[in-house]
Every structure is written in C-alpha cells, then in structure tokens.
Design a protein around this ligand. Structure first.
Ligand SMILES: Cc1cc2nc3c(=O)[nH]c(=O)nc-3n(C[C@H](O)[C@H](O)[C@H](O)COP(=O)(O)O)c2cc1C
Length: 209
C-alpha cells in the first residue's frame, strides 16, 4: 500500500483550476489504486512554523555538525512535525498556480520548512549535497493565466515549473511528471479546451502513477 499526498497551494479552493485538475487526478487514482491512502494538505488551512530565529539557527547548527540548545531543539520539533508528514507519503501531487512568474508564497514557505539537512537532503563538505527521497515521485499541476510553453522567450519567464523541478530534484525526487493548465486568463472556449486537455492527461497519469 502506498500513500499519495496532495499538496494544494491555491487559496481559491473551488474556483481553482490547479485544484480542479488535481481532484480529477485523485478521482482516477482512487479507481486504479483502491488500496492506497490519499491525503490532501491544504497549505492555506494551517499555520506553518516561521523560518527565522531559533529555527534557522538549528538548520545551520546541523549543517555545521553542532548540537542544539533548548531553543533550537524546541523550534526543530515544529519543523520535524511537518517534515514527517511530508515523508509519510511515497507519491506527491502538487497543485500550483503561477504567482508573479513563480509559486505562491505559502508553497515557498512549506518548501523552506521541509528542505532540511538530515531529513530530505544530506550535506558534507567532502561529498556535497545528496537528495534523500530518491524512492519518491511527483506529479506537478501548474496553472497559469498566460501561456509559457510555445516560445523560448516565454519559457524563460517561467520560474514556476523549473523551480519546482529543481527543488524536488534537490531532495532526490527526480521522477516528476507535469500537467500544465494554460492559459487560464483567456476566452471561455480556450480555457475549456486547456482544462479538458489537462484533465485527460491527469486521468492518464493517475492510472500509471
Ligand atoms: C497574485 C497572483 C499573481 C499572478 N501572477 C501571474 C503570472 O505571473 N503569470 C500568469 O500567467 N498568471 C498569473 N496569475 C494568474 C494565475 O496564474 C491564474 O489565474 C491561475 O489559473 C491561478 O491558478 P488557480 O486557478 O489554481 O488558483 C497570478 C494570479 C495571482 C492571484
């Protein structure tokens, strides 16, 4: 039995296109993987630990091979709660709107919390950085108001999809499939067509994920 974790990063809930496509994926996934657990983490429904003060000091102490004081130990417990929830899954489904060419700040915050030495990557001066989640895989559903796929000058503006691939690769998740929903800020017929394509791809991918 596997666990699929859906990380939902649009606050638009029922109006969100990335969420709608992810829900379509989950609907198909349930049919093809009836024995699996599926959990959704709505990043707008709970408070993430601030990544400052003792928390950031704890991260640097780990990187420098130093021990924690009481403040770092307590701050790190809050980080580990989120990290363990993330690592309890074997497969990830990220639904992500493009915000100002990148990702919503709540997802960036979540990634800042889970990308941690000794948990999702290792570091040593001798061997550098090693991602630890090499046995996991991910699907990313990226929605954007505009269209960023057709020409190199448009692709160069896309800091959403390449950033997600980079940070997931950094923690060892190299097997990443993508579903684009673009453009969404367009005429109703173009929008309907891009949604249909994205949902069809989601259903196909869910069957083999
Ligand atoms: C704060 C904010 C910033 C946005 N920035 C961009 C952008 O840089 N490029 C773009 O094409 N669309 C941008 N959009 C539009 C969204 O990407 C688009 O509406 C998308 O469908 C939102 O995904 P959702 O429906 O899952 O929430 C932005 C929307 C918001 C709310």
């Amino acid at each position: 039995m596997s666990k699929l974790l859906h990380i939902q990063s649009s606050p638009r809930r029922n109006r969100s296109y990335s969420t709608a496509v992810a829900k379509h994926f989950i609907h198909s996934y349930r049919v093809t993987h009836p024995e699996d657990d599926i959990e959704t983490l709505d990043l707008w429904s709970f408070k993430l630990p601030e990544f400052d003060g003792a928390t950031i000091e704890a991260k640097y102490r780990i990187l420098h091979g130093q021990t924690f004081g009481p403040a770092e130990a307590s701050a790190w417990d809050d980080v580990l709660t989120i990290v363990h929830r993330f690592k309890s899954a074997h497969k990830y489904l990220f639904s992500v709107p493009m915000w100002n060419f990148g990702i919503p700040y709540r997802l960036k915050h979540f990634l800042d919390v889970i990308v941690q030495p000794g948990q999702t990557f290792n570091f040593s001066p001798e061997s550098g950085y090693t991602g630890l989640l090499t046995d996991r895989r991910a699907v990313i559903v990226c929605s954007r108001g505009g269209e960023y796929s057709s020409a190199p000058e448009l692709q160069a503006l896309d800091f959403q999809k390449p950033y997600l691939r980079t940070v997931l690769g950094f923690i060892g998740i190299a097997d990443v499939q993508e579903i684009l929903v673009e453009p969404t800020l367009t005429t109703p017929d173009v929008l309907e067509s891009s949604l249909e394509d994205a949902k069809a791809m989601a259903a196909d991918l869910a069957g083999i994920f």
